[in-house]
Design a protein around this ligand. Structure first.
Ligand SMILES: Cc1ncc(COP(=O)(O)O)c(C=O)c1O
Length: 282
């Protein structure tokens, strides 16, 4: 670990618990202190850059320090930083809502705001329950959850999510749900890029998001044992080669900011592919 980064790594570990992280991993896999961001790049305290291929878990669609957003923020802050929406309104919320309405199906609908995805899920559950309550059906309290779905981390979102890894610990706190099968993408036509590799069972793509599913063999689709942590090897390969990839288990995915260039996409996929080859070689 380079000296300029070391100090931050040590200070961090003595005061911060990181989300979705097994903290004991950080005894041998240091956190990466980031000093600044720029477009698709993240840069540490000694100037090492990482191409951000995972969009810090979906929060930075337009790249780091996007000039358009950064110019708009101080303008808004200089005018009105916040006012409660109960009983008040303001220009920004009206304009945003009008724009969102243009994107949603026709018919009577309204915008209701939450400050993160998990809260939005909880609000949707409450609204749905409340609707039936007003229809004289208070017994309608159960929700259908799709297998393998993920909706966030608060208790409501965990309850309607379906990933045992995240929810089993909190089972006693979660409401009961009805489980339904979700569409199985495994049986779609294979993707193009690295589908020929024996350990690549599936390649899925929607818009700018691509996921590559690693398995023991593409024909049997038997999962790679979780404890081998092959995805983590892809992550480590990415770090060594200046790309931030963060596989979910053995699913390697790419969700780069929209500002990425074609050449940067080439770099990202090359590093990702080399990482997959390293991760499955033994
Ligand atoms: C499909 C889906 N729903 C909800 C959430 C929760 O969003 P947030 O992290 O803003 O609470 C996520 C987060 O990754 C998500 O992927």
């Amino acid at each position: 670990m380079a000296m300029g980064n070391q100090e931050y790594v040590q200070r961090d570990l003595s005061v911060v618990w990181h989300p979705c992280t097994q903290m004991k991993d950080h005894q041998w896999l240091p956190t990466i202190p980031i000093r600044r961001g720029d477009g698709v790049w993240l840069e540490d305290f000694v100037g090492k850059r990482y191409l951000d291929a995972i969009n810090p878990w979906w929060v930075d669609l337009f790249g780091h320090r996007n000039p358009h957003i950064n110019a708009a923020l101080p303008e808004q802050l200089g005018t009105l930083e916040q006012v409660k929406l109960a009983g008040f309104t303001h220009q920004a919320v009206i304009e945003l809502s009008e724009q969102l309405m243009r994107m949603t199906p026709a018919g009577p609908s309204f915008c209701f705001y939450a400050d993160n995805g998990s809260s939005a899920i909880e609000i949707a559950l409450r609204m749905s329950f409340h609707y039936w309550l007003t229809q004289g059906r208070p017994e309608k309290t159960r929700f259908i959850t799709l297998q393998n779905s993920y909706h966030g981390e608060n208790l409501a979102a965990l309850a309607v999510g379906n990933l045992k890894l995240y929810k089993s610990t909190y089972g006693p706190l979660l409401t009961d749900t009805i489980e339904a099968p979700s569409p199985d993408c495994y049986y779609r036509a294979p993707g193009e890029y690295c589908a020929e590799h024996p350990n690549v069972a599936d390649v899925r793509q929607t818009g700018m998001i691509t996921a590559i599913e690693l398995a023991k063999h593409r024909d049997t689709r038997e999962p790679l044992p979780g404890q081998e942590r092959r995805g983590l090897r892809v992550y480590q390969h990415g770090l060594r080669n200046g790309a931030l990839l963060r596989p979910l288990g053995n699913v390697v995915y790419f969700i780069p900011p929209y500002v990425i260039t074609e050449q940067q996409i080439q770099t990202m996929t090359r590093v990702g592919w080399e990482g997959i080859l390293c991760a499955v070689q033994d």
